[in-house]
Design a binder for this molecule. Structure first.
Ligand code: DSN
Length: 427
């Protein structure tokens, strides 16, 4: 017999699902899992424990878990052209912590981008880097190109001689200049680490850039942004010594995980299997859509960053809405119209609470089948709220009408299944 509390919780989750079915979700770090990955996420794997590596577990009961995990490791290496994979970190930040545990000691220097330049919170003084006692030194950043200034970065690298040169952003519009900096990395003999969380699905499909071909040693990532898997993490490697690979494995367990969320690991395995087939088309369409969205918003009179560079080479675009009330207010008005995005710092900002930017990602809209023509529609709806200041409630009705035809999942084995499904035990 369910209590009122139980009914309340279930009701709210169902309302959320229904709401998102009627929304235009553009948070650049989110996506929709495939029906098969979701099925696995609620399997009995969710109720079990495993510690260590396949074949060397502390717990019994891992016969099938081991087989799935070995398959996930194999598929990850194949998809990302890596020599090493660890599919156990339970999130992107936990993957980053494992890399820190493996290769950096308190007091060591690591070079990174700054938060206002779009860096992830884990690389900041008050995030995982700071908690590990790392001295984080930022590369100079070229605001016009929204990318690292190569000459400036060479100077910083030569002066600081960091143990690790770290790359990767949460406003990741253009590939980092890894190739251009490779001579300097070799000269100072540092490891090269890229947090690819935002662009993992694009890399899987051959877009954005090829980290390992460019010279990256370690890729850390979450697995639920452009890569449409479960909330989980992963570490990939190339050109590492056996000892370095073992250091990563030990840092993951027992360093920063105990059991590694077996249901999420298995759902990741399924997504990896699906992406062997679908990543190329999905990544290509996601990039086309992001660029089309940038172009259409710019044509509507909303400043989108980097117009001369085609706005983006990823799934994401950044908007400067300072003259329309700023990121905080615009994001709220858009939510009132069922358009979901987040406020974001731009390089000139000092406040993360009241920044001047908005960040949009096209990966989820692509996942439900939207193409360039729909991006134009989305841009018009955004402009009505942000620029023309139309009543969001009125715009919401048109948002719902547009989304009505895009509620089915694409780019996976069970294409055409409802994308925002709530699995009901009882009606
Ligand atoms: N904070 C997330 C993002 O939205 O980029 C990444 O963890």
């Amino acid at each position: 017999m369910m209590t009122d509390d139980g009914r309340f919780i279930r009701q709210k989750v169902m309302e959320h699902n229904k709401w998102f079915e009627e929304c235009i979700p553009m948070i650049a770090s989110e996506n929709l899992m495939s029906p098969l990955a979701k099925e696995i996420l609620i399997s009995d794997f969710a109720d079990r424990y495993a510690e260590g590596l396949p074949g060397k577990r502390y717990y019994q009961g891992n016969i099938y878990v081991d087989q799935v995990e070995l398959k996930a490791m194999e598929l990850a290496k194949k998809l990302f052209e890596a020599e090493f994979s660890d599919v156990r970190p339970v999130s992107g930040t936990v993957a980053n912590m494992a890399v820190l545990f493996a290769f950096a000691n308190p007091g060591d220097t690591i070079t990174t981008c700054a938060l206002a330049q779009g860096a992830h919170i884990s690389t900041c003084e008050f995030g995982a880097f700071g908690q590990r006692g790392i001295r984080s030194v930022n590369y100079p950043f070229n605001v016009e190109d929204m990318n690292i200034d190569v000459d400036g970065a060479i100077k910083v690298l030569k002066k600081e001689k960091p143990k690790i040169a770290q790359f990767g952003l949460s406003v990741f519009l253009f590939p980092p200049p890894i190739k251009e900096l490779m001579d300097t990395f070799n000269e100072i003999d540092c490891l090269v680490w890229e947090d690819c969380a935002h662009v993992l699905g694009l890399i899987a499909g051959g877009k954005f850039h090829k980290p390992f071909e460019d010279g990256v040693n370690i890729v850390s990532s979450s697995t639920h942004k452009t890569f449409p898997g479960p909330n989980h993490g992963m570490i990939l490697g190339a050109n590492l010594t056996e000892e370095e690979e073992k250091k990563i494995q030990k840092a993951v367990f027992p360093g920063v995980t105990s059991s590694h969320h077996l249901h999420a690991m298995a759902a990741l395995a399924m997504t990896l299997a699906e992406m062997q087939v679908f990543a190329k088309d999905y990544a290509a369409q996601t990039c086309k859509n992001a660029r089309a969205l940038g172009e259409a918003l710019y044509a509507e009179g909303i400043p989108v960053l980097c117009p001369d560079l085609g706005f983006t080479r990823s799934h994401a675009i950044a908007l400067d809405v300072s003259k329309f009330g700023g990121g905080k207010d615009c994001a709220q008005l858009l939510e009132d119209a069922n358009i979901i995005c987040n406020k974001n710092m731009l390089p000139s900002d000092t406040s993360s609470v009241k920044p001047s930017g908005l960040r949009f990602g096209a990966q989820e809209l692509t996942r439900v089948g939207m193409k360039e023509s729909e991006m134009k529609e989305v841009a018009k709806l955004v402009a009505r709220v942000v620029k023309k200041k139309e009543d969001p409630k009125k715009v919401k009705e048109d948002v719902k009408a547009l989304k009505k035809n895009f509620t089915k999942i694409k780019y996976c084995f069970n294409e055409g299944e409802p994308a925002y499904k709530y699995h009901k035990l009882v009606p």
